[in-house]
Design a protein. Structure first.
Length: 137
């Protein structure tokens, strides 16, 4: 059985929490409250490649992340997406969107210049996201 290896492009983001199936990362773009969930399963690019139990857990964890971000931040809309065109490893984006954000109402991809978090911002943002996400789903 192959061992799980994280794509380094996903791993370049700071880890927020480890849930039963997914590692949850904070996307390093301070313009948007943006999480990336990566199921720790080897050689998976598509959601249909997951075993039934893992697929159900993946959707559960995505839903919990979206619900908890929504409850804490009261966004205009929650965006949940699985694209994988640039990074084929299976992962999901959970993004709190606001009518005032720089990409609204369009998608967040390739809009303006990404603004990486400053170290001081990460010292605040990561604990805040951990608080929002709380205990295991």
């Amino acid at each position: 059985m192959a061992e799980f290896e994280l794509d380094p492009r996903l791993g370049a983001n700071p880890i927020v929490v480890d849930w039963p199936l997914c590692t949850v990362f904070l996307e390093n773009d301070a313009r948007f409250p943006w999480l990336v969930l990566v199921p720790r399963r080897a050689n998976k690019q598509e959601v249909f490649q997951l075993e039934d139990e893992d697929r159900a857990q993946f959707f559960h964890e995505m839903s919990v992340a979206a619900e908890r971000l929504s409850n804490a931040l009261s966004p205009s809309k929650m965006n949940v997406a699985m694209l994988g065109n640039m990074v084929p490893q299976l992962h999901a984006h959970v993004i709190a969107r606001f009518a005032t954000d720089p990409a609204w109402p369009g998608p967040v991809w390739n809009i303006g210049a990404r603004r990486a978090y400053e170290d001081a911002e990460l010292e605040v943002r990561i604990p805040r996201m951990q608080e929002i996400l709380g205990q295991r789903p």
